[in-house]
Design a protein around this ligand. Sequence first.
Ligand code: PMP
Ligand code: GLN
Length: 382
Amino acid sequence: MISSKLPNVGTTIFTTMSQLAAQTGALNLSQGFPDFDGPQALRDAVARHIADGHNQYAPMTGLPALREQVAAKIARSYGRTVNADTEVTITPGATQGIFCAIQAVIRTGDEVIVFDPCYDSYEPSVELAGGRCVHVQLDAQDFAIDWQKLRDALSPRTRMIILNSPHNPSGALISRAELDQLAALIADRDIYLVSDEVYEHLVFDGVKHVSVLAHEQLYQRAFVVSSFGKTYHVTGWKTGYVVAPPALSAELRKVHQYVSFCGVTPLQWALADYMAAHPEHVDQLPAFYQAKRDLFCDLLTPSRFTFSRVAGTYFQLVDYSAIRPDLNDVDMALWMTREQGVATIPVSVFYQTPIPEQRLVRLCFAKREETLRAAAEKLCVI
Ligand code: PMP
Ligand code: GLN
């Protein structure tokens, strides 16, 4: 019998629920991905670059034209000038970037603070580096940082804190004041940050995303991670990037070059072209997804689910206490998929210690209007 290095890891909830949705024919509002395509010009550009012979390895750090587009977008969005050569690394997905950042700095015995509910890839990545996750629960109502719990969790072994804003699964946003408070708390300590900002352009109601890139003190110790998959509706392209100060980027690249060496070449060419031609895409994204959120929430208003509209991401949490308080959220998600025809994600799987009385499931609204209408129709009769 092999002695597993990840004994607690099974198949992810995203795979499980998407498979169940396919088997049962349920509308799949579980795993986060759009049911519509990315821009035509972007897809055409991939075909063109493949036809033009851009089919061999990209540079290890990423195609220069794409790194420059990322740097230009960061300057426009967050007012920071980053060096495209020494601070931007293109990775095959944000997940790989997060993994490499963790491997680059975490050693045996180090502790990494994560906030629950937390994205599923962080903990296995920390464990493979020999570290240990210390889970700090966010507030159960508004998913804000509980500063006392964070202070209590810090120890001399704390080597990293992983932030995620906009937050999956709750959609909560971190504020500038919270980043300032974090900076003050760790000012004299040797602690790195991974800031998972893959939903950076999905922030609603006129609010601006607060990036660690715009915070001088925090950026100096940070790996800021994003994903073209979310921003350009192409999750299956698994292309992302990590921005970090030169010394941290150099360490990240030592890992990245042996995990994958580089990202997929024609995808990088296409993204570089599209970003250069359509810098407005990222500015239009909030309105695009806010319209979906509002349509979906309006349609759900007559239902027995209760919710407050999310501030960011393409996920809406809904409380089902008025419907099946007898079911825990995993059973509720299974029942909704099998019996009601709508696949969802239970929130408890994002916790080390689930909150027993919580009755929340996550619905993905990155869907065509007809899908949202069909799903809402089913959800309103449960
Ligand atoms: N972080 C969070 C919070 C996510 O929701 C996702 C989406 N899967 C990722 C990272 C991974 O992004 P990618 O698909 O680019 O690896
Ligand atoms: N980030 C996606 C979600 O939260 C899932 C990605 C995956 O399947 N690993 O639904």
